[in-house]
Write a protein that binds this ligand. Sequence first.
Ligand SMILES: [Fe+2]
Length: 659
Amino acid sequence: MFLLFLAVAALAAGEAAAATTLTVTPANLAASDDQITIRWSGLPDPDGLDYVAIYSPPSSRDFDFLGYLFLNGSATWRQGSGELKLPRLPTLRAPYQFRLFRWPAKEYSYHHIDHDHNPLPHGKHRVAVSGEVQVGDPALPEQLHLAFANNVDEMRVLFVCGDSGKRVVRYGLDKENEGQWKEVGTEVRTYEQKHMCDTPANSSVGWRDPGFVFDGLMKELEPGKRYFYKVGSASRGWSDTYSFISRDTEANETIAFLFGDMGTFVPYNTYIRTEIESLSTMKWILRDIQALGDKPAFISHIGDISYARGYSWVWDHFFSQIEPIAANTPYHVCIGNHEYDWPSQPWKPWWGAGIYGKDSGGECGIPYSVKFRMPGNSNLPTGNGGPDTRNLYYSFDSGVVHFVFMSTETDFVKGSDQYNFLKADLDKVNRTRTPFVVFQGHRPMYTSSKESRDAALKQQMLHHLEPLLVAYNVTVALWGHVHMYERFCPMKNFQCLDTSSSFQYLGAPVHFVIGMAGKDSQPLWQPRHNHPEVPIFPQPVRSMYRGGQFGYTRLAATREKLTLMYVGNHDGQVHDTVEIFSGHISSNSSVADVVDGTKLGTGVSTKGKNSPWYLRTGGSVMFALLLGFVFGFLVRRKKEAAHWTLVKNDESCELSQYH
Ligand SMILES: [Fe+2]
């Protein structure tokens, strides 16, 4: 009798479940479909925590969702039916599926939580399942992104497909005449679940098939030309056609967009908070790039890139998000703690125990190393025996600037491979060709935020690396990790140079923190209620500008001066500008105009082996010209010393924490 009762109850429950429907349209998203619609009906006794969970592949267990949406996002949810919208999701090389779950309030538990310590759905009480939803064709190339390569007449493109079958890159100057285009093959790489160092990256929750990363190198490019290209194959299909401007080492101008810590926006709830501000950063940079027309530019994202932290599909969102820029503009990166750090990694300095932790979520640098390919050949064994970590340190010239990228996560102290590379690289910079040197890494050497956790690291960087930056006259040092913008005076060892003395900026890099591109975990940088007159972290004299708005920096350099601007996402406008003069005098040069009342000029060295070319090569006429230039410049600077006083943003400032 009892068994009969159970059977009837189960049947009734089944009927109730069967009465609830869940449909997701379109079932097969074409290229033009930019929205997914989720509809449900017939849900009895709806509760405010009922949700639709998102899966890929459809074979995933209920517990292993990508993310979820609460039904109460629909105005009609109390009626047991409703509709939710999602933007087009990235192709994950397998179909999506959606499932509707009950989540009774009494089962809301703080034992299973997300990164923000909010309860995560438990994947129980499923009442409806959608059909499969196919987004795009897994055979078609996705996630295209460009990068400079080792030779100046090359451009590299990476992209992802669902299979490892042959793909090629076709490229040429005439968009309409593909018959004249060249064709090159590709290398293919991927990584496996067993290569990940730990959970969540190697767990069924975080791991998804990453597909195959194809790497094509376009060669023998004529300098400074717009090339058109597409990737794929005749049998499996082609990407759209994209274009880029080839490198020109003779160019007298350099434009770059630089930032750190941007992250990704994922349009549903997931295990981690994702970065909606990253959309604004991409939007404004795309605006700037489009305004450039046929002028070349590149992107520099100096660590903490996607913030996937072991949830692999977040990388797919990231590369889909940057593709409108990165498929047409080289996208350069350096490694951050959220790509690399894991306790099994090989470098364990005595001072690093509290610094190099678990921030990569078990990725331990492997997705970063396979999904990007930067110039150079730096690599390091990964701590669990997986594929080597790459893209640690490298450099290239772009127009009038030599750019250096370093890893703050791996050994940089004197005697290390990285230190030797950096020293040798800085030593051979030809300042005639590139009067400016921009040095970049993830964790800051200087910041005025309360970066107590990284104090020992900063000491090591100051001890081992600052002497290099000073000795080799690095113009600018850019750092991320702290989610704010900050500009320092030209300095060394915490000391601003005396602006009244001659050649005072010799060996005094201007440090910036530019980790404000999207990651938002930072408390407000504002006075405490009981000490309204004292900021929590007072701004030291050496800190010239602190900005709390999300944004990015825009670098524009000519042979005479380098200008770095801080653009705020809130209005797309420039909020801080600094100009740094090279001292080079071309036949038509003059002291550059003041910009926005905030500026910086640097004098030039007359000493040392890295003295400017005109001093090394001698020539009394040139030397006289130089003296005149510097004298006039210093006189003007003295008059305008007020520009070096603090320029406060009128918006509320923020204090950032490391991440
Ligand atoms: Fe970081």
